[in-house]
Design a protein around this ligand. Structure first.
Ligand SMILES: NC(=O)c1ccc[n+]([C@@H]2O[C@H](COP(=O)([O-])OP(=O)(O)OC[C@H]3O[C@@H](n4cnc5c(N)ncnc54)[C@H](OP(=O)(O)O)[C@@H]3O)[C@@H](O)[C@H]2O)c1
Length: 430
């Protein structure tokens, strides 16, 4: 049994700093938790002169990749640098050099997961990535191991803290999207360039990883339908609340007979649903399985120590595998190649807000068009009147998306309709 396993860390930013702190704080306990001491051999950074937020022996820092990768002592590489390149090249080189890899990199796992797993499998190495989805919340290992006895049918997740913070602020404090975004940026929840978060791409990458694992199928970013929250109006959030819903950015993945459905978009969630009370920057993943029924995983989806907590869990697991000579045990689990269900085949309920002429027969005409497209209406409410115009809100029963889109094309062309202001999907048990 080795007395010590040496790790090499790529990146000493938010997550890297947390990992260094936990390695120090847990130093004594790791001996019995992992079965050996875990020590840092090297930390690769970009800028050697940067002031660090953690006490670190400067001799451990390097900006020289060759020096890092050629260090024979490093057995586990912890990649917490982020981005696609050079992270992809570095991880492939580490695996080629026989080093196990722990990464927090969702961008990379969502797009190049297969390539990285193939490289790890070739050498019987571990490639662990718990921190890549929902930060500190354990979800990848639960899906791969604890819930392996289930057939997972559905995953619903609030997997982006920035957008959840913005939506919570809009819901509870009635502020506009722009005001809530500025506040999120001030608190460090949103990046200066917030597009990846607010347009849904960050959540889509995480959903692709979750769906791949849950359904044993390869799902990548291009298979996920994505709509962000930047066009959501405060009015819709307020109306939703009056109707008994909250609006959340939800990642939905379903394994259906017609293929795998994966989509990220705003959704009206009934206030009684557990996801409705996931607020601020918290994340949650709601899983449905044939045996477990429903389970929800809740917690901090980002941040220095929560994310480092997930990274350290992986590092300890890899160390145990090294000690027990059983690395490469849990490899890639994408065994199937099911087709992907396009968005127009998805079945959902829809919330639609529109501005129409305020005169007799208008509602009947609109209901008639919906009826002609097999769309039945569960709720129709007139919200507001101004001059000769009225604002109406409609919630449909479950219907295929194509029928809704076709009906709205016809409705848009009616002279009595001035604008279709919003369309938001509503949570559906189907
Ligand atoms: N932050 C979170 O809460 C969170 C949550 C979940 C997952 N993640 C994931 O964790 C990863 C790291 O995120 P982070 O927030 O910690 O990033 P970060 O604060 O921006 O830190 C990035 C680190 O990588 C180093 N780096 C960048 N380019 C490099 C290069 N070419 N060669 C060597 N080092 C380089 C930087 O070095 P310098 O310090 O010298 O500039 C910095 O220390 C990302 O994949 C992210 O998606 C983050």
């Amino acid at each position: 049994m080795p007395e010590v396993i040496k790790v090499g860390i790529i990146g000493l930013g938010t997550v890297g700093t947390g990992v260094v702190k936990l390695l120090e704080e847990q130093k004594k306990d790791l001996v019995w938790k992992a079965g050996c001491r875990l020590e840092i051999a090297k930390i690769l950074v970009k800028n050697l002169n940067k002031k660090r937020n953690v006490d670190i022996d400067n001799k451990l820092l390097t900006d020289n990749w060759e020096e890092f990768i050629n260090d024979p002592e490093i057995q586990i590489v912890i990649e917490v640098m982020g981005g696609i390149e050079p992270a992809r090249t570095y991880i492939l080189a580490a695996l080629e050099a026989g080093k196990h890899v722990v990464t927090a990199n969702k961008d990379l796992m969502a797009e190049y997961g297969k390539e990285l797993f193939d490289a790890a499998n070739k050498h019987n190495l571990d490639l662990a990535f718990e921190a890549s989805v929902a930060g500190g919340i354990p979800i990848i290992r639960p899906l791969k191991q604890c819930l392996a006895g289930n057939t997972i049918t559905e995953i619903l997740g609030i997997i982006n803290g920035t957008t959840n913070y913005i939506l919570t602020k809009m819901t509870n404090e009635h502020v506009s999207f722009d005001t809530a975004l500025k506040e999120a940026q001030k608190l460090g929840y949103a990046e200066a360039d917030p597009r990846a978060d607010i347009e849904g791409f960050d959540a889509a990458r995480k959903l692709a990883i979750l769906a791949s694992i849950a359904f044993y199928n390869r799902v990548t970013l291009k298979d996920v339908y994505v709509e962000g929250i930047s066009k959501l109006s405060l009015k819709d959030i307020t109306y939703a609340k009056e109707l008994g819903f909250v609006v959340k950015l939800i990642g939905v993945a379903k394994n259906t007979l017609e293929g795998i459905e994966a989509r990220v978009h705003p959704m009206l969630i009934p206030i009684s649903h557990p996801l409705a009370s996931v607020n601020d920057s918290f994340n949650a993943v709601f899983v449905k399985g044939n045996a477990i029924g429903e389970a929800m995983f809740y917690g901090r989806g980002a941040g220095e120590l929560p994310t480092a907590s997930a990274v350290m869990g992986d590092v300890i697991d890899v160390a145990r595998n090294i000690i027990h000579n059983c690395t490469g045990r849990i490899a890639c689990t994408c065994f199937f190649h099911n087709s992907h269900k396009p968005i127009d085949k998805v079945i959902a309920k829809y919330y639609i807000r529109m501005h129409v002429a305020d005169k007799p027969g208008v509602l009947a005409s609109i209901a008639g068009v919906f009826g002609n497209h097999d769309v039945s209406l569960a709720t129709v409410i007139q919200k507001h009147r101004s001059g000769n115009m009225a604002e109406i809100v409609v919630i449909t029963d479950d219907v295929e998306e194509k029928h809704i889109q076709d009906a709205l094309q016809v409705i848009k062309g009616l002279s009595i309709v001035s604008e279709i202001s919003s369309l938001i999907r509503v949570y559906s048990e189907e």
